[in-house]
Design a protein around this ligand. Structure first.
Ligand SMILES: [Zn+2]
Length: 64
């Protein structure tokens, strides 16, 4: 079964779908900031998760 990532809009396989864990709420918040229509329940693709993980890493370890 295919699934559409609501963040990047790409079609991905259902088993590659990633759901944000509650310990990673800061990631969900960041995704929400960029994609107001996205919901945590909707999940997203691995690429997007990695992208946001790196985004947040860069923000929290650097200045600002
Ligand atoms: Zn995606």
């Amino acid at each position: 079964m295919e699934y559409k990532c609501s963040v990047c809009g790409k079609h991905i396989k259902d088993d590659l779908m990633v759901y944000i864990h509650h310990t990673e709420k800061h990631i969900a918040d960041q995704i929400h900031a960029d994609h107001p229509d996205w919901t945590e329940k909707g999940g997203l693709c691995r690429k997007c998760v990695e992208y946001y993980r790196n985004e947040i890493k860069g923000k929290t370890s650097g200045e600002g």
